[in-house]
Design a protein around this ligand. Structure first.
Ligand code: PHE
Length: 361
């Protein structure tokens, strides 16, 4: 075969490669050219019959032809694949802005307390806080003792604790009994025992106290906050809580009042009120949380050095601020599991609160 024939073969293959409409057609061209019985492969197989001189030049020409054809096939393959992908994406496009179809997904509602927790998490995540969790059933030790509330301390009565009959055998017979946690503060202990500072967490959850009337239910929700490092101070806490209130109530300015208070696990301690103009009731104060600098004894109880580390914590009731923000009149309705109530006060699963998009949708 002369070099003119090689040129003709190359031109023919080039044409076939260009006009291959899809990957399968292209593969057929590849087989016809460089497959076992392909035109180029046959030429190579025939080289042995040529005189030595010719074999050298012709062999080199066939080899180069093979390289060029292979390259053309590869380039065409890439372009066919990418247009196939583009076509597929076009047919599979989903319009995520379409309304949800009627049915279970559209009917389901997020409980206002869950929605409010998501709002709070969004605000604190923006300030660099992580989310921590602890169990509802706690040992007396974590719920009280390590929080500097020793046995016989009056705070234990104040909390109206539910004790469990099941003995705690985790650490031998003298282990402290189980309780339903009376606050989310044991998550402070769990976190300090398992993480090295700097620590910045919030911890939501259910808490239990033997209390039941128009404004108290035996189960309610709290959110705990804890910051521990080598230098954080009361001023940082005030700023964070103020930022939180502005974000949560969606107002530019918020009036806050820190009243001196007492908790065994913080010193100094404060209770925080916000000016009720934030929810359209000027002239009133609403108590929303307790807070303070973590007591050095509590830090030491968790195996950290109180000379090196310091920090602050807060505990806030979720249910009341949920009722305040969303105009829910009766606490007990929140946990009665009445679907009519949930349909009225609940949120669509698609109303995800974001700082950019708005907290209350
Ligand atoms: N645990 C306290 C309560 O339930 C609230 C609190 C938490 C106070 C953290 C100070 C620091 O009343």
């Amino acid at each position: 075969m002369a070099s003119a024939d090689l040129n003709a073969l190359e031109a023919k293959l080039a044409g076939e490669i260009t006009s291959a409409a899809d990957v399968a057609a292209l593969d057929a061209v590849r087989v016809s050219a460089i497959g076992k019985k392909g035109a180029i492969s046959e030429l190579m197989a025939g080289l042995g019959k040529l005189p030595a001189e010719e074999r050298k030049t012709f062999g080199a020409a066939v080899n180069q032809l093979k390289t060029r054809v292979t390259e053309r096939i590869d380039v065409r393959k890439l372009s066919l694949e990418s247009s196939a992908l583009t076509a597929r994406l076009a047919t599979e496009r989903a319009d995520v802005t379409l309304p949800v179809r009627a049915g279970a997904m559209a009917d389901g509602r997020i409980h206002p307390v869950s929605q409010v927790f998501d709002e709070i998490a969004e605000i604190f995540a923006d300030m660099g806080f992580c989310i921590a969790e602890g169990p509802d059933i706690e040992s007396d030790d974590l719920n009280f003792t390590r929080l500097n509330i020793p046995a016989e301390h009056p705070a234990r009565q104040m909390h109206d604790t539910f004790y469990l009959n099941t003995p705690n055998t985790a650490h031998g017979t003298n282990a402290s009994p189980f309780v339903l946690r009376t606050h989310t503060s044991p998550v402070q202990i769990r976190t300090m025992m398992s993480q090295k500072p700097p620590i910045r967490i919030i911890a939501p959850g259910r808490v239990y106290r033997m209390d039941s009337d128009a404004t108290h239910t035996p189960m309610f929700h709290q959110i705990e906050g804890l910051v521990i490092d080598e230098s954080t101070h009361f001023g940082h806490m005030k700023w964070c809580l103020e930022e939180f209130c502005k974000g949560f109530f969606e107002v530019e300015q918020v009036k806050m009042r820190f009243r001196a208070s007492h908790f065994p696990f913080t010193e100094p301690s404060a209770e925080v009120d916000v000016g009720a103009e934030a929810i359209g009731k000027p002239g009133q104060w609403l108590e929303i949380l307790g807070c303070g600098m973590v007591h050095p004894k509590v830090i030491a109880n968790c195996g950290l050095d109180p000379e090196k580390y310091q920090g602050w914590a807060f505990g806030m009731g979720l249910d009341r601020i949920t009722m305040l923000k969303y105009g829910i009149p009766d606490l007990r309705d929140m946990f009665s599991g009445d679907l009519r109530w949930l349909r009225h006060y609940g949120f669509s699963a698609f109303d995800v609160p974001t700082l950019a998009g708005g907290m209350s949708g």
